[in-house]
Unconditional design. Structure first.
Length: 308
């Protein structure tokens, strides 16, 4: 679930923090933050499923309150309960993986003002109206309804994104990737897949990738820096004015080029160019692209890159 795209982002961010000072305290802090940020990504995955349960529970309470008010209307007394009777949500409540995780890491959204705003936006949407007006629904329909709610309403809501940022400093960068995995999980279940939550990592290699990549840069920083400087076109770029984030991205890419023969060079190139576009200046993508291309050719000629 924590894939290499997300891992690369976190490694670059924490290396940036550490390399600004390069002392023992910042190194210790960076390593701890790296581990915590990965754990937080997995927490967000479960938190989104918990949020679905809590939003449903909140709507159920609203319907119950409406029934018991002083002068309830006919609609109040006989509400459409398709939303609160959702089969997918019922299965989530019973999901053993989710229950066990939430036992160790309790998460509740019910008292959050932002959640009441999100619930109102869901229940006033065309998506909600169309779903509630269906003649019938089943587990797959109920699951795909929530997948669409997340993709089209929740994850696109600026207030929700801002709220997520306030809950954890790590979650803002995590949301696009983690949100996509939540939606993939729901789609798999809707298509009849076994109702298990994804493991934190795909395999042992992925679980070790972050710490290894971080350490390769820390240990070989000076060597990698020299390689990078030798591949910068000084007619177009001033070595002394290379943006620090661009240099950190290049250092991490070199570490991956040299130490992971199973990772295709095209994947490494594309991932770090995208990171440069996301976190660098307007020209960072072009700069990093050019330097990485030169670096790859040089490392290959020196036989420092051997791809399977």
């Amino acid at each position: 679930m924590i894939n290499r795209v997300l891992i690369r982002t976190k490694v670059v961010q924490l290396l940036y923090s550490y390399l600004l000072t390069k002392d023992e305290t910042s190194l210790k802090d960076a390593r701890e933050s790296l581990n915590r940020s990965l754990d937080e990504g997995y927490l967000l995955y479960h938190a989104i499923f918990a949020m679905i349960i809590d939003l449903t529970s909140m709507q159920d309470l609203k319907l119950d309150y409406a029934k018991n008010k002083y002068l309830p209307s006919e609609e109040d007394l006989n509400p459409n309960i398709r939303f609160v009777d959702n089969e997918f949500v019922k299965s989530l409540v019973k999901n053993i993986d989710l229950k066990n995780y939430l036992k160790d890491y309790p998460i509740s959204w019910k008292d959050e003002v932002a959640m009441h705003i999100i619930l109102n936006r869901i229940t006033s949407s065309q998506l909600y109206e169309d779903y509630m007006n269906l003649s019938a629904s089943d587990y797959a329909t109920d699951a795909l309804f929530w997948r669409d709610v997340l993709r089209k309403i929740v994850f696109e809501d600026d207030d929700f994104v801002e709220f997520i940022e306030s809950k954890s400093i790590f979650w803002n960068d995590d949301l696009p990737t983690v949100g996509a995995f939540v939606c993939k999980t729901i789609k798999k279940w809707a298509e009849g897949g076994k109702q298990e939550l994804l493991p934190m990592y795909k395999d042992k290699e992925d679980s070790e990738f972050a710490a290894e990549l971080f350490n390769y840069v820390v240990v070989n920083h000076a060597e990698y820096d020299e390689l990078i400087n030798s591949c910068i076109n000084t007619e177009s770029w001033d070595i002394n004015r290379v943006a620090f984030m661009d240099r950190v991205i290049l250092l991490t890419a070199v570490a991956e080029f040299m130490n992971y023969p199973k990772v295709p060079s095209s994947v490494t190139l594309n991932e770090y160019i995208e990171l440069a576009k996301e976190y660098g200046s307007p020209k960072s993508g072009i700069f990093v692209n050019g330097v990485l291309d030169a670096l790859f050719k040089k490392l290959k000629s020196l036989k420092n890159i051997i791809k399977e």
